[in-house]
Write a protein that binds this ligand. Sequence first.
Ligand SMILES: [Zn+2]
Ligand SMILES: [Zn+2]
Length: 273
Amino acid sequence: MNFHKQLFQYMIDLVPQIPIIFLIDFLRYFLFAGMAFLVFYIWKHPFQSRKIQEKNAKPSQFKKEFLYSVSSVIIYTSVTLIVFLFRKYGYFKFYNHIEDHGWGYLILSTILILGIQDFYFYWTHRLMHTRWLYKRVHKVHHDSVTPSPWTAYSFHPWEAFIHSLIMPIVALLFPIHPLALMIFMTFQIIRNVLGHSGYEIFPYWMGTNKILKLVNSNTNHDMHHQSFRYNYGLYTTAWDYLFGTVHPEYEKTFAKVTSKEQGQRRSELQESI
Ligand SMILES: [Zn+2]
Ligand SMILES: [Zn+2]
């Protein structure tokens, strides 16, 4: 079979997978963002005193965030399909049997994917804050100054494309099992939804521990949406600390949002109203 005929056949073979990939990506977003929305915005949850901003996310922003998120899911689906296509030509390293590399490798490769993404996100995010790219690409995400769970995938299509490239990048570097990919995708949506939830769930002492303060908090990313200039990290604050981009007020704000005293003060205040 000549090259063009074979390519056409491969593309036809992929068609039945389009709705499946789209649905998996969409449901992952919709279920986690929906769950966070129910917990933080509809139900009376135990984190009410942990609201990060005084301002509330506007209901009018939810629809826009949701529609941009659906457009991001379309981009992710397209990139996955392109990766699947090139995989047939042996370009990407996937494997289906865990025993080929063992469980240790599976765990290690998942951690490695997350680590590489953390670094990739930090630098591409900083790049998107340069004037030209910010105005044309990243501004869509920052239109949500007070983010909500629906902001998680609210990106300009070019930004969604930049984020989606992490999958082909890691699949070029080392063999990846679908389970590692699934854990990674679930982890990133949980982090993303929480980072935009508007509430802090991490404990106060995390901010005072030298190692644990390297774990990115919800307050950290929320402050990025307010200030635009600091806190570019995704899973960790390591790169922000290393390259001096941690918001000068971050540690203080985290302590304020998570301190019991503040929670008590707020509930006392609410009772007195
Ligand atoms: Zn954000
Ligand atoms: Zn940003």
